[in-house]
Design a binder for this molecule. Structure first.
Ligand code: PLP
Length: 374
């Protein structure tokens, strides 16, 4: 297989080898259905419970507050549509204009069902402030959803303060933490949130697997009806191998969180220094408080799409935006939301470094950008 420099870790990540190894026995040997009472299903059932405990302990939750899903998109859709549908009061709902489409389009659906939605504007650094939320909250706001970290520019949101304000107005609070889980420290109790979405393939687990944290006491109608799996909240035979892989990967990332963050931040610093030393002019989007390794760069006068394709020819994977809209040549809704001028927005690429990247990768990226841009 051709050797690539993979620098698109915000799109997806490589599965940890031990997370992969951990799931194999549950595909080939221990394949019993966890809902069956016989002895053959005992091990898969126990492994499912242990995975739930592991994941809960990684985010400061209780095991019963973790519900396994098929990934970030399902978790977002479920939290938003079910929480809003079960609110008895006025259906005023709030999110930000630069959320992932899993959130934005769920809001569009709720608008079709008669909800009044508000879309908060982040500031030019990609931060949704409490002031903006307090300006836009109206009487009867029942639900607020703000992402923990943005997937295109990496900006980390003041979730604790936003949630505190939402609660003070009687609204439930959901956060799409798909880019943040396994990369920065998250304690759901400290943040005091009601719902949190996560996706395994963003933290070195398998694709098609994720979870939704539902705070004890919060009501959420089942999104998928059928069997009694997941405490009657989410029907369907559990993806036990995927869940075991996800729990192992999250445990790995949380155990080495600081170490990974420092290494990735160092690589990030080398990349930016390398660009400056080569005299390449760029604007970094997302402000000061960003996810480690998520680097959104705008090159004045350049064409982001063309950069991406030339880097691809050199065996380097980067992105112009989120994986879901990279076929779309329109300016990203995220860059529009932070008010980036069109000239810069068109020359933007996202480089997302992960724990498997090396200094050599960074040097290749700098050298490729030098060839393309100079
Ligand atoms: N939310 C955010 C912020 C994301 O970045 C993504 C994926 O890119 C998703 C949701 C969707 O997650 P999944 O790919 O697991 O459906």
């Amino acid at each position: 297989m051709k050797q690539y420099v993979y620098a698109d870790n915000a799109a997806t990540t490589k599965i940890d080898k031990d997370a992969y190894d951990a799931m194999i026995p549950y595909i080939l040997e221990e394949y019993g259905n966890a809902s069956q009472p016989y002895a053959f299903s005992r091990n898969p059932k126990r492994a499912l419970q242990e995975a739930r405990e592991t994941i809960a302990s990684c985010i400061g939750a209780s095991p019963e507050e973790i519900i396994f899903t098929s990934g970030g998109t399902e978790s977002d859709n479920w939290a938003i549509k079910s929480a809003v549908s079960s609110c008895e009061k006025n259906k005023r709902i709030i999110t930000s204009a630069f959320e992932h489409h899993a959130v934005l389009y769920s809001f569009t659906t709720m608008e079709r069902y008669g909800c009044q939605a508000e879309y908060l504007q982040p500031d030019c650094n990609g931060e949704v402030t409490v002031e903006e939320l307090s300006r836009r909250v109206k009487d009867g706001t029942s639900f607020v959803s703000i992402m923990l970290a943005n997937n295109e520019i990496g900006s980390i949101q003041p979730i604790k303060a936003l949630c505190e304000y939402a609660h003070s107005q009687g609204a439930l609070f959901h956060t799409d933490a798909v880019q943040a889980v396994g990369h920065i420290k998250i304690d759901v109790k400290e943040l005091d949130i009601d719902f949190l979405s996560a996706s395994a393939h963003k933290f070195n687990g398998i694709k098609g697997c994720g979870f939704l944290y539902i705070r004890k006491g919060c009501r959420l109608l089942p999104y998928i009806d059928g069997g009694a799996q997941e405490f009657g909240n989410r029907a369907g035979t559990e993806n036990i191998p995927g869940i075991i892989c996800m729990a192992t990967a999250l445990k790995n990332n949380c155990r080495c969180l600081k170490e990974n963050q420092e290494r990735i931040k160092d690589l990030e610093g080398c990349l930016l220094k390398g660009l400056s030393e080569e005299g390449i002019e760029y604007v970094r989007n997302g402000g000061e408080n960003t996810l480690p390794g998520l680097i959104s760069l705008s090159f004045p006068g350049a064409d982001g799409e063309a950069i991406l394709h030339r880097m691809d020819l050199m065996g380097i994977c980067v992105s112009t935006g989120s994986a879901c809209n990279s076929k779309d040549t329109e300016i990203s809704h995220v860059l529009k939301a932070i008010g980036l001028e069109e000239k810069l927005a068109r020359g933007t690429i996202r480089i997302s470094l992960g724990k498997n990247n090396t200094l050599e990768d960074v040097e290749k990226i700098v050298s490729a950008l030098k060839k393309i841009l100079k």
